[in-house]
Design a protein around this ligand. Structure first.
Ligand SMILES: [Fe+2]
Length: 249
């Protein structure tokens, strides 16, 4: 179960590697179009949000209330997971004032990172400064601020909600997903239409597919909340899992 340690003093984590570009699903040529999974419509049903627009609030599921909005030049989704007056922020990506405003009135207990890519960490310095809460991340990805360790199978308690941490390497070595009450916050590991970008690296692609095999053990109705763009469900994507594996991206 989780504990929310006070932020420890100490040196920041190693510097980030050079940003390798936006990291949603790999670009598709016309030739590949036939392999594309039908994309969800840009509607509230699939968590459509726009830069500067209002947050999307999902119908409460059990003890957890989920809020989604998009920030920054790469349209990163940030999620606020709230329960019992407490809140956990997923991805301190950009626009720290907006992130804090979306958690107004809640006791923010921490910030968790789906991974360490440049576009997902840009607000961390400011958020730590303003909120004085711990940042938690898998040690496989360097962070620009001191971070507590997230491990596979760890359970984080926020109010009366229990959030399970799933280590899902492939997009990056330290990518993680968060599973809570029918929601899967998937970072850049799973999108509508396939796995996140593995840059043509066969080893990383095999690794992310192993991670997806694990995620797809969750129930069909699980709602997938990715790091960019629209939501999907495991039911929508499941028929294409072997298509993705065969195409190799
Ligand atoms: Fe990424």
């Amino acid at each position: 179960m989780a504990r929310w340690p006070k932020r420890k003093a100490g040196a920041a984590s190693p510097r980030l590697p050079a940003f390798a570009g936006i990291d949603s699903v790999a670009p598709m040529s016309d030739r590949r179009e036939e392999l594309r999974t039908p994309h969800p419509p840009a509607s509230a049903e699939f968590g459509h949000v726009v830069p500067g627009g209002p947050a999307h609030r999902y119908p409460p599921s059990g003890p957890v209330d989920v809020r989604k909005f998009t920030v920054g030049r790469y349209d990163n989704n940030v999620y606020v997971l709230a329960s019992g007056g407490q809140a956990l922020i997923v991805d301190g990506a950009a626009e720290p004032a907006r992130i804090i405003s979306e958690a107004e009135g809640l006791d923010v207990v921490g910030i968790v990172q789906t991974h360490g890519h440049h576009d997902h960490v840009g607000a961390l310095h400011a958020l730590v400064e303003m909120l004085d809460v711990p940042v938690l991340a898998h040690p496989g990805d360097p962070m620009p601020v001191a971070a507590e360790v997230l491990r596979d199978g760890q359970r984080l308690v926020v109010g009366s909600a229990v959030i399970e941490v799933l280590h899902t390497p492939g997009h990056t070595p330290g990518s993680v997903c968060f599973h809570v009450e029918g929601f899967l916050v998937s970072g850049d590991t799973l999108f509508p239409g396939g796995p996140g970008n593995t840059r043509g690296d066969r080893t990383d692609f095999d690794r992310i597919m192993e991670s997806l095999d694990r995620l797809f053990r969750l129930p069909d109705e699980t709602r997938v909340l990715p790091g960019h763009g629209l939501d999907t469900t495991l039911a929508r994507e499941r028929p294409y899992l072997e298509v993705w594996r065969a195409r190799g991206w």
